[in-house]
Ligand binder design. Structure first.
Ligand code: UDX
Length: 443
């Protein structure tokens, strides 16, 4: 099938590449000419595991191409997928200007029947708004479909190729047939395609993200209780996760969720509820807990050093909002760094892939280490923010030798408590007992 993907962010580019991989002809459109030029030279503009090989293969095959020319892409395609940003407006609602402006342009240039697909996470009713906008500018027939994505950064290719479900919001029988064919290669064994009306599809996306965020905030609150009651949140996670009704995933307490989706989508859902005169009390609480979680973690560091905080040197392991990505959007590391800098702390950081992006954002406000051990040189504490695999089983002896004070604040519960006790670290993690070394803490 001939497909145009408008917008080449994470979602657009992964979607376009994975659709090309199963034999479709995909043209990706972006207004950023420099980015398009890079992609035309087979350069992936961001880090996403497994994307590059598929991307290059399909460019070489001629099944994947890039342009800044919307008209050409629209006219050559049957399906037009909108993967555009929907950033939060000042009041927390999703800003639809990119989506609606593009819908207007499509309406003006389209030459034939088209299926216009909303992939971006958009508030309920957006399909209707897109439909009105296109209809106002075109005489041709078209359908508007809501087909939300559920791609996780870091495993987005796998999520696209092996989805646990595909949601298609449409009431048109013609579109259902075309989408059944389009997504057939991704079905593995068993039917994973769910058709529903457009509004339900739009709301399903918010419900999924808000529910997952709720699980995380629930566990973060639970971690707070564990710290006071002397229990261990990791045991609670195992204990409840074995119950299939609860499920094992998204029960990890930490420093709160970040990224491009959860914070924005949870906020937008709360906003939708307020706009229609209701309240989504659980979602409000989820947001509050999430921000409080970062602050509580910061307080742990500040309280440990007390009046001696100023001038201390801290090593940061991890900057990205989660492993396997260089994405810093709503990354808890940025919040912690900014707050500690205000307190006069010196910071040196290491992240396997997000250093370049951090440097762009923070410049020389912090130091950047070549590797995770160099980062620890003469530091008064190590702060672990992202659970990259290479932080999970490090050389503790080297760590002890490099740190000038053996203190670790672990926002991701990477290490075993007994081990940390044996090694003589001060170790403060989430929802677990604080490990105090036998000797008195150097401040
Ligand atoms: C999410 C959704 O999972 C995906 O379906 C949607 O389309 C986009 O948003 P993503 O933002 O890439 O994907 O990351 P995800 O792996 O879901 O993690 C989100 C945040 O939750 C991260 O900050 C992560 O550290 C945090 N998290 C996740 C926890 O704190 N605990 C957990 O148990 C799981």
């Amino acid at each position: 099938m001939k497909i145009a993907v408008i917008g080449t962010g994470y979602v657009g580019l992964v979607t376009g590449t994975c659709l090309a991989e199963t034999g479709n002809n995909v043209i990706c459109v972006d207004i950023d000419a420099a980015k398009v030029a890079k992609m035309q030279q087979s350069i992936v503009p961001f880090y996403e595991p497994d994307l590059e090989s598929l991307f290059k293969r399909n460019i070489n095959n001629g099944t994947l191409s890039f342009t800044t020319n919307l008209t050409e892409a629209v006219n050559e395609s049957l399906i037009i997928i909108l993967a555009l940003p929907t950033p939060p407006s000042e009041d927390g609602s999703a800003d639809l200007s990119y989506v609606l402006n593009t819908a207007e342009s499509i309406g003006k240039v389209m030459n034939d029947y088209k299926i216009i697909v909303n992939k971006s996470t958009v508030p309920v009713g957006t399909a209707d708004k897109v439909r009105e906008m296109v209809a106002a500018h075109s005489k041709h027939e078209f359908d508007v479909v809501s087909n939300p994505e559920f791609l996780r950064e870091g495993v987005a290719v796998n999520d696209f190729m092996k989805p646990n479900r595909i949601i298609v919001g449409t009431r048109s029988e013609k579109v259902k047939k075309i989408f059944a064919e389009l997504y057939d290669p991704y079905m593995r064994q068993g039917e994973r395609l769910i058709f529903m009306d457009e509004r339900s599809a739009e709301l399903t996306k918010y419900a999924a993200n808000a529910f997952l965020a709720t699980k995380i905030s629930f566990m973060n609150e639970m971690a707070g209780l564990c710290e006071i009651l002397g229990a261990n949140v990791e045991q609670i996670r195992r204990g409840i996760g074995m119950d299939d009704r609860i499920g094992k995933q998204f029960l990890y307490a930490g420093i709160g969720y970040g990224g491009s989706c959860f914070p924005k989508d949870v906020q937008a859902l709360a906003k939708t509820a307020t706009e229609i005169g209701g309240d989504f009390r659980i979602v409000d609480a989820v947001m509050k807990t999430n921000y409080a979680q970062r602050e509580k973690f910061l307080d742990k560091i500040i309280n440990y050093f007390g009046a001696n905080l100023k001038g201390k040197k801290m090593a940061f392991w991890g900057l990205a909002f989660k492993p396997e990505t260089d994405d810093l959007r709503e990354a808890p590391a940025l919040y912690l760094i900014e707050e500690l800098l205000k307190e006069g702390v010196e910071i040196v950081a290491y992240d396997p892939v997000a250093m370049e992006n951090t440097q762009k954002q923070l410049g020389d406000k912090i130091g950047y280490a070549k590797n995770q051990y160099e980062c620890l040189e003469n530091a008064d504490a190590l702060v672990i923010v992202t659970e990259w695999k290479n932080f999970r089983n490090p050389d503790f002896e080297q760590m002890a030798a490099k740190l000038s004070n053996k203190a670790i604040f672990d926002g991701r519960n990477l290490y075993n408590l007994d081990r940390m006790q044996e090694l003589g670290f001060y170790y403060n993690s989430i929802g677990r007992q604080v490990i105090q070394p036998e000797y008195s803490v150097i401040k």
